[in-house]
Design a protein around this ligand. Structure first.
Ligand code: GLN
Length: 196
């Protein structure tokens, strides 16, 4: 069974743990950077990306997170986690982990749109995924290595680049675990690859 960590500095951790377990993997609540050595994949949850970044720096996680990804271990960023993965953020001089080649806009669906749900086709994962958006970002530009997996009104809301997966919505908030299960499969494949 693969072990999947959920970064637990801030945000929606418990729901991801539940979704990982429902998808047949072991979930680890990650609060110290040393725990990254024990896991095969990592979820960056939703929450507030600026707060999360502050805590990443405070607890000295930044380089450890970057190394985790660049050594080939899968990372799934949801909502604020997607923002943390992006190489560029609209209106900001610097981005965060910069592991995915894409530009994101925060709170992109507008101030008045606090949250909404939409049934989405997520390429290769589901034709009817009930996606929950909460003060969500979207992706405004992707590099050529990034595969777009889902759009809402032509705005990119899920994507994949190698070992990195992201969604602007919260796949952990319903009982539909197909997106998490897809990530578990990515982690299983990467673990085999890294062991060979
Ligand atoms: N608006 C948040 C941010 O900019 C993301 C919201 C979420 O994770 N639900 O970080």
């Amino acid at each position: 069974m693969v072990k999947i960590g959920v970064l637990a500095l801030q945000g929606a951790v418990r729901e991801h743990v539940r979704s990982v377990e429902a998808s047949g993997a072991e979930a680890v609540v990650v609060k110290r950077k040393e725990q990254l050595d024990e896991i095969d994949g990592l979820i960056l949850p939703g929450g507030e990306s600026t707060t999360m970044r502050r805590l990443i720096d405070k607890y000295d996680f930044f380089d450890a997170l970057k190394n985790f990804g660049t050594q080939g271990k899968p990372i799934f960023g949801t909502c604020a986690g997607l923002i943390l993965l992006a190489s560029d953020i609209v209106g900001q001089e610097s981005a965060h982990l910069q592991l995915m080649d894409m530009k994101v806009e925060r709170n992109a669906f507008g101030r008045q749109v606090d949250s909404f749900e939409a049934a989405l086709e997520v390429k290769g994962i589901a034709e009817d995924f009930e996606a929950v958006f909460i003060r969500a970002p979207y992706v405004v530009e992707v590099g050529e290595d990034v595969e777009v997996l889902a759009v809402v009104n032509n705005n990119i809301v899920a994507a994949k680049q190698g070992q990195y997966l992201c969604s602007a919505f919260h796949p952990e908030l319903t009982d539909d675990h197909r997106m998490t299960a897809y990530f578990v499969e990515m982690v299983e494949a990467a673990k085999k690859e890294l062991a060979s």
